[in-house]
Design a protein around this ligand. Structure first.
Ligand code: XMP
Length: 593
C-alpha cells in the first residue's frame, strides 16, 4: 500500500528497528522500515526519517552506510545510537572508540529549553544505553543538549534543520519518557494521521485493485492472523469471491475449530470448509520421534491436503484463483527483506514455492503492513470477538510441537553444585546458544513449597550458562523430592493429543480465572513421556513474557494459580507430575522443540 507522508525508519542493523516503527505508529503516524542504503530520491516524500541503531562501528568493514543526501531533503531526521554516529561521521563530526563501554541504565541530564524535541521532558531522566563508540566532535551547526556520566554527547541537535541524535535508545521501555521524546519528534514532522480505522478505509481499494476480477483461496489455521485476514478479504470482496479451508490436523486446541466456525457464522461468513484430516496426519506420524522430522511431516501433510482440496474444488490459478496469506509485518522483515536485518528464520509463508508465486503476483497478503497488536485491533474493528483476537500466539504445527516424543529414556549425570534437591529429566529439548540451537537435558529442582524461590530463579540463569549438559531448569510443582522416573516410549497419538488438549484447556481456564491471561505472551503446555507409574506422563507449564518472541522471560505466576493448575492437572487420568519451566530465552526457546 502507498502511505504518503509517513515516517521511515532506516534499518542500520539493530534489533530495535521494529520497536521504533511501532512506537511511531503508537503516535498515530504510519511508519515503515527500509534499508539503510535507501536513496534520498526514494525518501523525498517521507515526513521524517529515523536512523536506527546497529551493532557495528562506523569505521568497521562493511558497516552500513546511508545516503548523505538525506540531510539535504529538508525533512526532520532523528539518529539513534549507530544512526547518530553515522550521521555525525557523515556530516563532518568525530566518532571515537569510547573509553568506557556503556551498557544498561544511565542518567541523562538535559539542557532544558534548548529544543522543541525535548519539550515537556524533565531535566534528568533514566535512559537505556548500549554502545562502545561515542561522538567526540560535533558537525557544524550542532549543539549538545544532553549528557550522561560516560557520554558527553548523549543528545545533540541542529535545531534549525530539525536534525537530532541520541546515543541512548528512546524506543525501549527502560528509557523514561522515551515515548514522549519520540512523540515530540513525530510532532515536528509534517506527517498524515494514521490509525487502524483509516487503514480499513484505504485497504479496501488497494485489495480490490490488486485482486482485479480474480478470487481468493485461503488456508485458515485457527490463529489470529489468518482469521483476521480471511474476514477482511470477505468484507472487501464479498463471500462469493473468497474460499477458506481450515484443516483439522488432530493437533488443534480443545474446541478451537468450533470456536472459529461459530465466530465466522456470526459474521455471516459461510465459505470456510472445515476438513477433518486428523487421521491422515496421525498416520504419517506413527513412530516419528525427531522434532524436525515431525515439523517436516506436518508441513508436508498440510500442503498435500491443501492441494487435494483445491483441485477437488477447482480453486486453481488456471481457474482465476489466487492465494491469500495472513503474513504480518514482522514476518516479512524477519525473513530478511531489508538487507541489514538478521535473517532469523525463514517463515513458513516465505518458502520457495510461495516466493515463486509471489513473484508471479499470485499471492495477496492484506496484513503485510501491520504489527500484531494492530492486527488484533483490526480484528475487533471487523467484528471478531475480543477474546478470539487477543488469544496468545500458537505455532503452526499446533500441539504437535508440544507432545514430546522419545523412544528410550536419555540418561545423564546430574551432579551440579547446589544444595537444592534436583534431578535430570530423562528427555531432551531444544534451546538457543549463541547463534545456534542446542539439544540438551532439562534439570528439575525440588523444594518443600513446590514453588520457585530466588535461589531457584538464580539457578535457572546460572545452570544453562555454565553447564554443557543442561539447557533448561524446571521447578517441580507436584512433588517436594525427586521420585523414581518411569519412562514410556511415545510418539504423537490421538490419545496423547486428547490428554494434552484437556491439560491445555484447564491451564487456560485458570489463567483467565486468575486474571493474568493478558500479562502473558504465550503459555505453552508440554507433555513429556515419563511419570512415576507405568504409562504415566508429565506436564510442563511454560508461561513467558515477551514482545515479539525473539527473547522472552519466564513469567512469575502466583503460588495460588500454580497450585490450582498443578492440582487439577494431577486429577487428569495419566498425568503423574507437573513442572514449571523457569528458563529465559535465551538460553531456552519458548517451545520445547
Ligand atoms: P521459539 O520456540 O523459537 O518460538 O522460542 C518463537 C515463536 O515461534 C513460535 N513457533 C512456531 N510457529 N511454526 C510456527 O508457526 C513453528 O514450527 C514454530 N515453532 C515455534 C513459538 O510458538 C513462538 O511464538
Amino acid at each position: 500500500m502507498e502511505h504518503q507522508k509517513s515516517i521511515i525508519v532506516l534499518d542500520f542493523g539493530g534489533q530495535y528497528a521494529h520497536l521504533i516503527a511501532r512506537r511511531v505508529r503508537q503516535c498515530g503516524v504510519y511508519s515503515e522500515i527500509r534499508d539503510a542504503e535507501t536513496s534520498a530520491k526514494d525518501l523525498k516524500n517521507a515526513a521524517g526519517i529515523i536512523l536506527s541503531g546497529g551493532p557495528q562501528s562506523v569505521y568497521g568493514d562493511g558497516s552500513p552506510q546511508g545516503d548523505p543526501e538525506i540531510f539535504n531533503l529538508g525533512i526532520p531526521v532523528f539518529g539513534i545510537c549507530y544512526g547518530l554516529q553515522w550521521m555525525v561521521h557523515t556530516l563532518g563530526g568525530e566518532v571515537t572508540a569510547g573509553k568506557v563501554k556503556e551498557y544498561g541504565r544511565a542518567k541523562l541530564r538535559l539542557s532544558n529549553g534548548k529544543s522543541k524535541v525535548t519539550a515537556g521532558l524533565p531535566d534528568e531522566m533514566t535512559v537505556w544505553m548500549s554502545h562502545g563508540d561515542e561522538v567526540t566532535g560535533l558537525p557544524d551547526g550542532f549543539e549538545r543538549i544532553g549528557t550522561s556520566d560516560d557520554c558527553g554527547n548523549a543528545f545533540i541537535a541542529h535545531t534549525e534543520n530539525s536534525v537530532y541524535g541520541v546515543q541512548f535508545h528512546p524506543e525501549v521501555v527502560h528509557t523514561e519518557h522515551g515515548q514522549d521524546l519520540i512523540a515530540n519528534f513525530v510532532g515536528l514532522c509534517d506527517a498524515d494521521p494514521w490509525d487502524i480505522g483509516s487503514y480499513v478505509e484505504s485497504i479496501g481499494d488497494a485489495i480490490r485493485k490488486e485482486v482485479g476480477d480474480r478470487k481468493i483461496f485461503m488456508m485458515v489455521s485457527g490463529g489470529v492472523d489468518s482469521t483476521v485476514a480471511f474476514v477482511l478479504l470477505n468484507k472487501v470482496l464479498g463471500t462469493d469471491r473468497v474460499q477458506g479451508l481450515l484443516v483439522d490436523t488432530g493437533m488443534m486446541r480443545k474446541d478451537e475449530v468450533v470456536l472459529i466456525g461459530r465466530a465466522f457464522e456470526e459474521l455471516g461468513i459461510n465459505n470456510l470448509r472445515i476438513e477433518d484430516a486428523s487421521q491422515h496426519f496421525l498416520k504419517k506420524l506413527i513412530e516419528v520421534y525427531e522434532p524436525e522430522d515431525k515439523r517436516w511431516i506436518i508441513g508436508d501433510a498440510f500442503l498435500s491436503v491443501q492441494k487435494r482440496i483445491s483441485a477437488e474444488m477447482g480453486l486453481t490459478m488456471e481457474d482465476g484463483w489466487m492465494l491469500g496469506q495472513g503474513t504480518i509485518y514482522p514476518d516479512t522483515i524477519e525473513t530478511g527483506e531489508t538487507k541489514n536485518a538478521d535473517k532469523i528464520k525463514t517463515h513458513h509463508n516465505r518458502i520457495p514455492e510461495i516466493q515463486q508465486m509471489m513473484e508471479e503476483g499470485l499471492v495477496i497478503e492484506p496484513l503485510r503492513d501491520l504489527y500484531k497488536d494492530e492486527v488484533r485491533a483490526l480484528g475487533e474493528e471487523l467484528g471478531l470477538p475480543h477474546d478470539l483476537v487477543w488469544r496468545h500466539p500458537f505455532p503452526g504445527p499446533g500441539l504437535g510441537v508440544r507432545i514430546l516424543c522419545a523412544q528410550s529414556p536419555s540418561k545423564v549425570d546430574d551432579s551440579i553444585d547446589t544444595r537444592i534437591a534436583h534431578a535430570a529429566l530423562p528427555v531432551q529439548s531444544v534451546g538457543v546458544q549463541g547463534d545456534g540451537r542446542s539439544y540438551r537435558h532439562a534439570i528439575a529442582l525440588f523444594n518443600s513449597d513446590k514453588y520457585p524461590n530466588d535461589e531457584c530463579w538464580n539457578l535457572a540463569t546460572s545452570i544453562p550458562n555454565q553447564s554443557s549438559t543442561f539447557n533448561r531448569v524446571l521447578m517441580c510443582t507436584s512433588h517436594n523430592s525427586a521420585p523414581e522416573f518411569v519412562f514410556s516410549p511415545g510418539y504423537i497419538t490421538m490419545e496423547r493429543a486428547d490428554l494434552l488438549r484437556e491439560a491445555d484447556a484447564l491451564v487456560h481456564r485458570i489463567m483467565y480465572d486468575e486474571g493474568f491471561y493478558a500479562d502473558i505472551w504465550q503459555f505453552p503446555v508440554v507433555l513429556l513421556p515419563f511419570g512415576t507409574s507405568e504409562g504415566g506422563q508429565s506436564i510442563v507449564l511454560r508461561p513467558v513474557e515477551s514482545q515479539e518472541a525473539m527473547t522472552a522471560n519466564a513469567a512469575v505466576i502466583s503460588q495460588n494459580a500454580l497450585k490450582r493448575m498443578t492440582q487439577e492437572l494431577l486429577s487428569l487420568n495419566g498425568i503423574d507430575m507437573v513442572f514449571q519451566d523457569l528458563t529465559h530465552k535465551p538460553p531456552g526457546t519458548i517451545e520445547w522443540e
